[in-house]
Each structure stands twice: as structure tokens, then as C-alpha cells.
Design a protein around this ligand. Structure first.
Ligand code: PRT
Ligand code: ZN
Length: 293
């Protein structure tokens, strides 16, 4: 049982109540050790083991809440923060919720490049980012602001083209549109208020960041265990990434050793093949929960 002294205001974190970011944000918070009860039925959830409370709100409200200090931290897409031009600090790219804000136009229409948008009507839920993009190029467009189902606007003749978020591109395709040019790349970010906060809250933010870094590093790494002839240890040490000194353990057979190490996922198969070539056997590969350096 953990008791929290309530002398200090809790660190308040704004997260999306229900949408594309919710599940991954909740999983991240649970993975870094926050314990809280059912978040689906409340707007505010207190953590049981840290002096933190979660505010469950629409993603559009998160940048302003963090800007105004209503929340100390927020998990939100870079697209939303940029569109709202919020005065906040981005403290971590969270490596999920990847998408891009792109220009798209009807498949067989006349609009093929950004320059073809001159004088055209463009439907979007991102009027500021869209306006800034075109004014930066000296192109005049008429923005038609729509809050959802932007892709249908050309079919309804409400607009000539659109500017909307794309991830796989299948929604554009289903609506007879082609992607022309990305104007903004986005992912989920951890944002922090620029309002003054207490030393206790700052310390808690640093602890959370350390845990998030550990989890991100773990996701990009694998733990490997293998057996090898003792005579191959030097060669194996050269194959394993140089930053880490592997653990080498004796086995019952004095001519063999067990080697444990952490390898980056992007070099993983290459390393495995090379280890096999120099005599490694019985390789076991494990995911890592967290990796603190
Ligand atoms: O209710 P609330 O206001 O909180 O949610 P919302 O409906 O405004 O947002 P939501 O849950 O749809 O998206 C939240 C965030 O997810 C966005 O702000 C982005 O940062 C991120 N994200 C990542 C996306 C997408 N990918 C995405 N593909 N947001 C929306 N889409 C939509 C897009 O608008 C289009 O309709 O998905 C469609 C395109 O997807 P593809 O895969 O067909 O290209
Ligand atoms: Zn929204």
C-alpha cells in the first residue's frame, strides 16, 4: 500500500478522453508505473501511487489547458499544438500517432501542385497551418473551415481540394482524392506548461521523462542470450555493439561460455547472422520492459 502526502498540488496531465491517442497514451502511462482506476467513466482520475491526476478531455483543448497552466503536462498531437499556436514547451516526441497534414485533390481534376491552388477553395480543419503554408508561398486560397469528414467536401462541391491528416492514405483513396504534398509532419508529443511550477512538480516531471526514455529505449532493443565457444569470445565482442560490454558467464563445459547482451532492433538480424557464423548457438531473444542507462 502506498500513501501519498497531499500537501502538494498534484501534477495534472491532460490526455485525450476518447480517440486515436487514448489507448496508446494510457498504455504508456501504465508502462511507466502510474497506477489509476477506470479512466473511461470519469473526467478526472487520481493516480494511486504518485501525486498525479489525469484530466480526460478533447485533444483540441489540451494545448490551451497546458498553456494556461490548468494542466502541467499534456499528451497531444503536434498538429493540434501547432494549429493552436500554443505557448507551451515540447519536452518529448512520443513516437506514436504519426500522421501528416497533406494537400489532396480530386483524382482527375486540374489541381496537381500547390501552385494550382491559386484562387481555389480548400476545405480543412487546420485553417491556420493551411493559411500559413499558402501565404508563405504567396498563393491566395479560400479556406473553407470544416470540423470533420473533410474528404467529402470536393464531392459536395463545398471545396475544390482539401488539406487533412493522412496516415495510411486509404481514406483519401476511398473518396477519389490523391495526396499532393505534405505540409506538416506530426506525432504525439509530451508538452509542458511555461507557467511557473513548483520544484516538486518539476522533479516529478523529470522522473516521468526518465521512465519514458527507458521505455522508448527498451522498445528499440532486444536482450540476447547465447552460448558460444570460449575461443570465439573476442570475435563476438567485436560483433556486439561497442557501447555495451557483454556479460560473459562460464558454463559446465569449460570450452563454452554464455553471453548476454542488449542489441538495437535495427541491427538485430545482421548481428544474429554474424554471431551464428562465428559459432554462437542456442540464441534466446527477449523483449525488454525498460532500459535505464
Ligand atoms: O474527440 P477529440 O476532439 O478528442 O478527437 P478528434 O476526433 O479530434 O481526434 P482523433 O482521435 O481522430 O485524432 C487524434 C490525433 O491522432 C490527431 O490530432 C493526430 O495527431 C493523430 N492522428 C494520427 C490522426 C490520424 N493519424 C488520422 N489518420 N488523426 C486523424 N486521422 C484521420 C484523418 O483526419 C482522416 O480522416 O484519419 C483519416 C485518414 O486516415 P488514413 O489512414 O485513411 O490515411
Ligand atoms: Zn479533436
Amino acid at each position: 500500500m502506498v500513501f501519498i502526502l497531499e500537501t502538494e498540488q498534484p501534477l495534472r496531465i491532460g490526455i485525450q478522453k476518447s480517440g486515436r491517442l487514448t489507448e496508446k497514451t494510457i498504455r504508456l502511462l501504465e508502462d511507466i508505473g502510474l497506477k489509476f482506476d477506470d479512466y473511461k467513466s470519469s473526467l478526472m482520475v487520481k493516480c494511486r501511487n504518485l501525486n498525479i491526476e489525469l484530466l480526460l478531455i478533447r485533444d483540441d483543448d489540451i494545448p490551451e489547458y497546458v498553456q494556461d497552466g490548468v494542466c502541467d503536462l499534456g499528451f497531444v498531437g503536434a498538429n493540434v499544438t501547432a494549429e493552436r499556436n500554443a505557448n507551451v514547451s515540447v519536452i518529448k516526441d512520443l513516437e506514436f500517432g504519426y500522421c501528416r497534414l497533406s494537400l489532396a485533390s480530386p483524382k482527375n481534376g486540374a489541381i496537381k501542385t500547390a501552385e494550382d491552388f491559386q484562387g481555389k477553395r480548400i476545405a480543412t480543419s487546420y485553417p491556420n497551418l493551411t493559411k500559413n503554408f499558402f501565404s508563405g508561398k504567396g498563393i491566395d486560397v479560400r479556406i473553407v473551415e470544416i470540423s470533420g469528414a473533410v474528404e467529402i467536401a470536393p464531392t459536395l462541391n463545398v471545396a475544390d481540394a482539401i488539406c487533412d491528416l493522412v496516415s495510411t492514405g486509404s481514406t483519401l483513396k476511398a473518396n477519389g482524392l490523391v495526396e499532393l504534398e505534405p505540409i506538416f509532419y506530426s506525432q504525439t508529443q509530451l508538452i509542458r506548461t511555461n507557467q511557473p511550477i513548483s520544484a516538486e512538480k518539476q522533479e516529478l516531471i523529470e522522473r516521468l521523462l526518465l521512465r519514458i526514455n527507458g521505455r522508448q529505449l527498451a522498445e528499440k532493443s532486444r536482450y540476447i542470450m547465447l552460448n558460444a565457444p570460449a575461443s570465439a569470445v573476442e570475435e563476438i565482442k567485436n560483433i556486439l555493439p561497442s557501447a555495451k560490454s557483454p556479460t560473459i558467464l562460464p558454463l559446465a563445459d569449460p570450452e563454452m561460455v554464455a553471453i548476454h547482451s542488449v542489441v538495437p532492433i535495427n541491427q538485430f538480424w545482421d548481428i544474429m547472422e554474424r554471431l551464428k557464423q562465428v559459432g554462437a548457438s542456442d540464441m534466446v531473444i527477449l523483449p525488454i520492459q525498460s532500459l535505464i542507462q
